[in-house]
Design a protein around this ligand. Structure first.
Ligand code: 3BY
Ligand code: FES
Ligand code: FE
Length: 410
């Protein structure tokens, strides 16, 4: 049996309410199928438009085998390209972020315009047609200051994401922010374990003393049953009366969700004290302090917290069957001044600690799953509804795509 059929068979005999079989978390062929079915075909969050402040600002990322380049062009549009020269394929930009007047390949200095056109290639002969050797474009969309790319030839429609998420982002004017701090960690675990861990707070009391000062463990906050908790409904009413879309919304296929959740007691931010980390509000439109945190996820790349004083984004990228990269960025108002309005330590302390605790959890989870003795175990119906929701999304997505796909090379 080929890998695709084997995975389909395992998806079909999946025990409802249980974690996945070992192969999904550790088999290199399954990992490759994840890449080809999800990561190379769906919309992926890459970074924020405020990170590309002017024409020529760029950022790079590696998605599986694909080096990706995202750049702001002379007209100020954000564009994405395959970061591979059309001469002999060299990567063009190797820095994670930078600024360039033109995109110049370091190997033989082929020079591209910021819109991808090849401007200059030395001594290529009379018949050489530069118009045929522009950088290969990648689908790219921005919504509410978030940049998404899609590596497939024909990208699925982005408008459902835009329509749902844009009103939730709009009041927070995230294009008018800056990244005060960012941090990338590597977790020695499958990317799905990163997500399973993120989608529940069953583990919070045992692992996250700093986060638990402000973040409620109530399953409705993290999971999918927010409607059942009166405190959350009251929070939505209050925030919506202040003009902030807040109610729990999830896409029909379960790939993305937005909801604004209360924090504990009078906390307004993820700090050790619960007080704001930045004195300058994130947006001049949102001056009510008790707005809690806007939770936003989009599988498979991002979850987010948007508060009154700052926001943090999390980006997940797979590095291997047992290795996942997680990048956290802390956004504050673009005019907030470090040392005056905020300190990096106060702003970042809770999530740096939480991320490291989650990294350990995920690594231990992977260790145990790798044992020949591992068998799928049951999710808590009370606390792990969100995990099940993620796993259901994954399984449905894989099944639908694998059935539809002709993948002769697999
Ligand atoms: O980032 C989060 O929101 C999730 C929810 C619970 C634990 N985890 C850190
Ligand atoms: Fe880029 Fe030669 S590989 S100029
Ligand atoms: Fe956690």
């Amino acid at each position: 049996m080929n890998v695709r059929d084997e995975m389909l068979a395992k998806l079909q005999r999946r025990k409802p309410g249980y974690s996945l079989e070992q192969a999904f978390y550790s088999d290199p062929d399954y990992y490759q199928l994840d890449l080809e079915t999800i990561w190379y075909r769906d919309w992926l969050f890459m970074g924020h438009d405020c990170e590309l402040p002017k024409p020529g600002s760029y950022m790079t990322a590696q998605v599986g085998a694909y080096p990706v380049l995202i750049v702001r062009d002379a007209q100020k549009n954000v564009r994405a390209f395959h970061n591979a020269c059309r001469h002999r394929g060299s990567r063009i930009c190797s820095a994670e972020k930078g600024t360039a007047a033109k995109l110049v390949c370091p190997y033989h200095q082929w020079t591209y315009e910021l819109d991808g056109r090849l401007l200059f290639a030395r001594d290529m002969g009379a018949d050489f047609k530069p118009t045929e050797f522009g950088l290969k474009p990648i689908h790219c969309e921005t919504v509410g200051g978030y940049i998404f790319v899609n590596l497939s030839e024909i990208a699925p429609d982005f408008s459902p994401v835009r329509e749902m998420v844009e009103p939730y982002f709009a009041p927070h004017t995230l294009s008018e922010t800056k990244v005060a701090f960012e941090m990338t960690i590597v977790e020695k675990g499958n990317w799905k374990l990163t997500w399973e861990n993120n989608r529940e707070c069953y583990h919070c009391a045992g692992s996250h003393p700093e986060l638990c000062r402000t973040f409620p463990e109530a399953p409705g906050v993290t999971g999918v049953d927010a409607m059942e908790e009166p405190e959350i409904a009251e929070h939505w009413q209050r925030c919506e009366a202040a003009g902030l879309p807040s109610q729990f919304k999830i896409s029909p296929d379960g790939q993305f969700r937005a909801a604004r959740m209360p924090l504990l007691r009078d906390a307004v931010s993820f700090t050790m004290s619960g007080k704001a980390a930045s004195k300058k509000p994130l947006s001049p439109n949102v001056l009510t302090p008790q707005i809690g945190t806007m939770l936003l996820f989009h599988y498979p790349t991002t979850w987010n917290h948007i508060l009154g004083d700052h926001a943090s984004s999390f980006r997940v990228l797979p590095l291997g069957p047992n290795e996942t990269q997680v990048t956290t960025k802390w956004l504050v108002h673009k005019d907030a001044v470090e040392g005056v309005d905020y300190t990096i330590d106060e702003l970042t302390k809770v999530w740096i600690a939480t991320n490291d605790q989650d990294r350990r959890i995920i690594e231990e989870n992977q260790f145990g799953i790798n044992s020949p003795a591992y068998t799928p175990g049951p999710y808590s119906p009370v606390h792990e509804g969100g995990v099940l929701q993620f796993v259901d999304w994954y399984c449905n997505f894989m099944e639908t795509r694998l059935r539809g796909a002709s993948m002769p090379h697999l």
